[in-house]
Design a protein around this ligand. Sequence first.
Ligand code: BES
Ligand code: ZN
Length: 590
Amino acid sequence: MSCRDPHSFTDFDQGRVVHMDLDLTVDFSTKRLHGTATLKLAEPTSGPLDLDTRDLEVTKVTSPGGAEIPFEVADRDEVMGSRLRLALPDGCDQAIVHYATSPEASALQWLESAQTDGKQHPYLFSQCQAIHARSVIPAQDSPLARFTFHAKMTVPEELTVVMGAAPGEVGAADRPKWRTFTFEMPQSIPPYLFAFAVGNIVSRDLGPRSRVYTEPETLEKAAWEFGGVDGMLTAAEEVFGPYLWDRFDFLVMPASFPYGGMENPRLTFLTPTLLAGDRSLVNVLAHELAHSWTGNLVTNATIDDFWLNEGFTVWAERRILENLDGAEAKSLGAAIGRNGLDEALAQFGPDSPFTRLKTDGKGMDPDEFYSLVPYEKGFLLVSLFEQAAGREKFDAFIKDYIQHFQFTSITTEEFLEFLDKALPGVAAEVDAKRWIYQSGLPDNAPAFESPRLEMLQNLARGWNDGLRPDPREGESWSPEDWQIFLQELPRKLSREDCRWLDESFHLTEQGNAEILCNWLIIAANSGYEPAFDRIRSFLSEVGRMKYLKPLYSALYAGEKTKTLAVEIFADNAGGYHPIARGGLERILAG
Ligand code: BES
Ligand code: ZN
């Protein structure tokens, strides 16, 4: 099998890297990792072996015996990075790459102590999805190329290393005042799930299989917010079957983390914006947990099949919450998702190829076409399958599907073939091919209804006819209610309407980031000046792209707020994650 992944130089005909031994030192003063990656091949081979790298400085490649292995680094491609070609001698099954990462490594964010909660120690974290692992490790950086690994990470003694792997011994390093942390990853992972963080990190047990890690200042709040994790884990196992990663621990990140969550096996990463104080945003934890099956066990073959990861996971997230909180919770979640989907479809335009589930991203940067389409259009399609098959049969199907493909990476077509065998006729009945290969939203999209949802939608949609929520009643709305109501309101309101909303419900002082952001988007679109200070401070506090992108877009689209967008960005760009910075630069370029 040669290369099937348009975003990787991997060629399995040359060999397969199935295990890696990493030995890296973390140098905060130069913002580099340096050390070795020992690549172990499935079987002895010879000749060229192509690896993905981006901005890695490779100094030497050797065999375990110390003989030099010739190598060549090709010119850097803007999207793919640089192909590293090793010339393996006869019978070679191991190569040791001696290298350092670049201070600009796209997967890494190096934080100054001022950017952490404690303000005393620097912090470093990785974010490898979709194709950033290659900026940290020389790898066959395709989701098709699973590997196990062992890692040694050496850091200054006041810092702690956590990793998506089983922690092993911690001991004194060769140099004074440094420590070495060891990790073992027994389950094979695709490279995009390789993850670690370094900082002043502590932890607390939340259940027999779960522990929360974070900075000491955040531990109490995080432990309370996600205290229900063990119940989620049990509910998820009921939907999918046994949890195969031993532990489900998670790390609450510094604020600059660019995503809501990242499903790194054995150590999910979560944005601190989930710490609302009322457990109202735990759906993100349910989502990342669900990836333990859909995504981490059964993985998309390439980024073009990304909907297999995300569509199934959104479906699973809502299914788990339905089991825990009831059908109405699911309808509200689905409605919030649908609003996001409609917005994405409108932005791309109905004929855009980015509104297909199966994409063709060759030559394009996955970060650039990331959107809610694979999530929410995917969710709707999986829900259609469920409706067509009936719940009981679909529940059995999901477990079979996971078990059949666990620890492999599959294409959309392999999924469809399995679906047709397991549930004959279901794909045809819902016109799955239309959903997958054509753009836009087919008209058999399922609707999720509930009396509460209908009340909120009617109220918001009647805004221009003078309908208003009763301020006293609004006080008792749940965070989901508020999200839906604000999302359904007209994007632009008069100054008077903005003032009324804010004075009645104190939205600018909201502690729930979802409610706050939905409100600030309206305020930005409406050019509502009294909210500008909060917009500015919010944009300096958070790094989550879900909030940054729509807010900057709204500001940038307004005649009067365009310069404000540019100014706020100039003040804060240095603190944003490189991926977020890139995305915002594209927005602010026009
Ligand atoms: N795996 C994604 C995050 C991701 C996707 C990172 C693509 C890089 C490239 C994660 O599981 C995710 O979907 N996070 C969402 C959570 C939400 C849908 C509940 C997020 O970050 O908002
Ligand atoms: Zn996801």
